[in-house]
Design a protein around this ligand. Sequence first.
Ligand SMILES: NC(=O)c1ccc[n+]([C@@H]2O[C@H](COP(=O)([O-])OP(=O)(O)OC[C@H]3O[C@@H](n4cnc5c(N)ncnc54)[C@H](OP(=O)(O)O)[C@@H]3O)[C@@H](O)[C@H]2O)c1
Length: 309
Amino acid sequence: MAMLLKTDIDRGDAWHRALRACLPELPIHEWPYDGDPAEIEFALVWAPPRGALSRYTNLRAIFSMGAGIDHLASDPDLPKGVPVVRMVEPGLTAGMIEYVLLAVLTHHRFMLDYAAQQRAKVWREISQIAANRRRVGIMGLGVLGGAAAEKLIGLDFDVAGWSRSAKAQAGVTCFHGQDGLIPFLARTDILVCLLPMTAETDGILNARAFAALPRRAALVSVGRGGAVVEADLLAALESGQIGGASLDVFRQEPLPPDSPFWTHPRVILTPHVASMTIPDSAAVAVAANIRRLRAGQPLEHVVDLRRGY
Ligand SMILES: NC(=O)c1ccc[n+]([C@@H]2O[C@H](COP(=O)([O-])OP(=O)(O)OC[C@H]3O[C@@H](n4cnc5c(N)ncnc54)[C@H](OP(=O)(O)O)[C@@H]3O)[C@@H](O)[C@H]2O)c1
């Protein structure tokens, strides 16, 4: 039996090396594989074409190369009854913590304003406020949101989180569900969106949500671009309701050249790189899960495809 590997970007060699070190007994076949489909027991993939996994009738698990599984859930021909496992691995979490801290500190310390002042050769101090007076709100208090919250608390920010079900995390003011959304937004100066892409989160950051934030709040969008109604965000940036945004994910990727976000003075834009799965640490996590399955134990981090994450 073997593993089918379809990498996200050109990192096939790194993945091969990492997987061979952790699973020396398991042959790895890189995509596209035209050998015997019955050999394939596991698939570790990013964005396979629709229906492409249905030919592997002996699949026991599909491992998503990323934390998000929308690239798999959107396939109507995904093999039925095969567990889909999302990526939870320390390298991916560490990268997201870095990006969220960088972005939150950028807005907290007025770096967009200072960049504009630098371009205009203006030497002017903006009055700083203490981190414990800055209210950061994290939408999606899961593996990544929870880890980012912990580090923000370490920097003394006033942190809240919003999730689907009720949660408790030390030092975090927790809100949940539709009823909790507006109160959560109303106390958020810097909003970090780490929601997965689902039918429920599609367009959740719209004009109504932006209006619920305090004036000149900042947005850090790192979950999925579909959460943001881009026309509403642009209007909120134009009106000053949103004071600045760090945008890593977009509804259409790559972002089209005519998108106004490319040149907006209140936007910092990155090409969906907030965090990447790191082959060395991810292979350890995948191998541990495969061993669990072989030992007759339940797989970890299996997603609920009906729920969408
Ligand atoms: N930009 C990048 O480079 C990058 C990298 C990695 C991941 N991501 C994105 O980050 C997302 C989060 O990853 P994760 O590992 O933290 O996922 P996770 O552990 O599954 O956490 C998801 C969180 O979102 C909450 N949630 C989901 N649907 C909701 C809804 N309708 N209303 C309110 N809360 C909702 C969940 O609530 P419950 O706790 O109640 O379940 C949970 O707290 C991924 O899905 C992916 O899209 C982006």
